[in-house]
Ligand binder design. Structure first.
Ligand SMILES: Cc1cc2nc3c(=O)[nH]c(=O)nc-3n(C[C@H](O)[C@H](O)[C@H](O)COP(=O)(O)OP(=O)(O)OC[C@H]3O[C@@H](n4cnc5c(N)ncnc54)[C@H](O)[C@@H]3O)c2cc1C
Length: 414
């Protein structure tokens, strides 16, 4: 009888992507899994929020199938998003509701990744707690059959070359400010958990969504500010109390109906605020470390989207699933650089490129997309298809990618 050797897989980074692959390999059996994590679960729980992490149905299905949906009963399930266009301060113009086919969910990554990291150890994975540098990565890769770098947007991502042809921008398109809060009112409490998005042309966007954090259900608010606009007023990174004061002032001026809902709000905890600006980028998937050693990038390490369309964690989850299947299908054959390239290209073609294109379009709002939003205000079917394109961005190519496609689709509405 032929005995297959256990394959050694190393994963750098304990975020959505890295932990999902590591846990998936342990579930598949036949792998010795080492995860290098910069922080312990307690440090993650005691730290700052990292995202607003809205996850849509298709990505949640992957988690569910892997038994990683540990917060299903607790996390609010968001079925719809109320969209409002604010052409001038205090004016509500176009308004419509976008309904998702499957509920979305946001579980604070401090809650999720800390618990998944514990789970990985409980299920027999090895965790090394350290911040890996390039020399450490070389050693790790030499000692394993495959090393996957899922270190997010951290320094290690720089070893993967930027793919200029696929990278839609070379600078941040928005400045971000997020706050997790308790005590936020709902416009229609009887309607169940709903997200809200407001677009203020020339100024930015505001997203609000129910979520689950360390202290239970909460609401997350995310400002997407055009650089230099009045929403871009958090460069000094104030604490949650001061952030809330400024946010209420912005709401009172631009979105007074929201200001009322936030009158009694309070930050969830000292780590409940997040600031930043992301340069959207796509990198080449394989880095050669010399001596014939190659490593494979995953998640944000290779593809960074601005959160305006909520694609990052979803794309990381879908990529992790695709990589997991490819690793298992590889059996005991070597994980060559050509195989690594193929794994990413397949994921890029099926999924990632659509999320990148959708996000670039939403950041710049060309005329044909404005026409789609206007039509969504008139036709429930358009609003529904729009919502579900965020969830499954491959539909972008079928109806939104070019003005002719949009014209053809809108022409069918009558
Ligand atoms: C404000 C904001 C809002 C967002 N909202 C959404 C949203 O609504 N929906 C959505 O889908 N996405 C959203 N995203 C994006 C999403 O959070 C990321 O795309 C997702 O977390 C990527 O997962 P990842 O596993 O690739 O990387 P990460 O989650 O960044 O995980 C990487 C891990 O690697 C570790 N690490 C880094 N360097 C090293 C090292 N040298 N050694 C060891 N460990 C290391 C880090 O500590 C981290 O734990 C948002 C992002 C931001 C900033």
């Amino acid at each position: 009888m032929e005995v297959c050797a256990v394959r050694r897989i190393a994963v750098v980074g304990a975020g959505q992507a890295g932990l999902q692959v590591g846990l998936g390999l342990l579930g598949a059996g036949g792998y010795e899994v080492t995860v290098v994590a910069a922080r312990t679960p307690d440090q993650v729980r005691g730290g700052r929020v990292m995202s607003t992490q809205a996850m849509f149905g298709p990505a949640l299905r992957v988690e569910r199938a892997a038994g990683l949906d540990l917060w299903e009963g607790e996390a609010p399930g968001v079925r719809s998003v109320d969209a409002v266009l604010v052409p001038e301060p205090g004016v509500r113009a176009l308004e419509f509701t976008m309904t998702l086919d499957e509920p979305a969910q946001s579980v604070d990554q401090r809650v999720k990744t800390a618990r998944w990291l514990e789970l990985l150890e409980e299920r027999g994975g090895r965790v090394e707690y350290r911040e890996l540098d390039l020399a450490g990565l070389r050693e790790l890769a030499a000692a394993n059959d495959l090393t996957v770098v899922a270190a997010g947007r951290g320094e290690l991502a720089g070893i993967f070359e930027r793919d200029a042809a696929r990278s839609p921008f070379d600078a941040p398109q928005r400045r971000l400010a997020a706050l997790y809060a308790h005590g936020v009112g709902a416009p229609d409490p009887a309607a169940g958990p709903r997200a809200r998005m407001h677009a203020v042309p020339g100024v930015g966007e505001l997203y609000l969504q129910p979520a689950l954090t360390l202290s239970g259900p909460c609401d997350i608010l995310l400002w997407e500010a055009l650089p230099g606009s009045p929403f871009d007023c958090f460069a000094d990174r104030p604490d949650g109390g001061e952030q809330l004061i400024r946010m209420r002032e912005l709401m009172a001026r631009y979105l007074p109906w929201e200001a009322e809902l936030w009158a009694a709000a309070e930050p969830t905890d000292a780590g409940g605020s997040l600031y930043g600006a992301l340069t959207p980028v796509v990198r080449r998937p394989v880095a050669e470390l010399g001596g014939g050693i190659s490593v494979l990038g995953l998640g944000d390490t290779l593809v960074v989207n601005d959160p305006i369309t909520g694609q990052g964690a979803n794309s990381a989850a879908r990529a992790a699933e695709a990589y997991l299947r490819a690793i298992v299908d590889r059996g005991d054959r070597p994980f060559t650089a050509a195989w690594m390239n193929g794994v990413f290209e397949d994921h890029w073609e099926r999924h990632a490129r659509h999320g990148v294109a959708l996000t670039a379009a939403l950041l710049t709002m060309p005329g044909h997309l404005q026409a789609v939003f206007a039509a969504a205000g008139e036709h429930e079917a358009v609003a529904r298809r729009l919502a579900n394109t965020y969830a499954e961005p491959s539909d972008y190519a079928a109806w939104l990618a070019a003005p002719e496609l949009v014209d053809a689709y809108l022409g069918t509405l009558g």
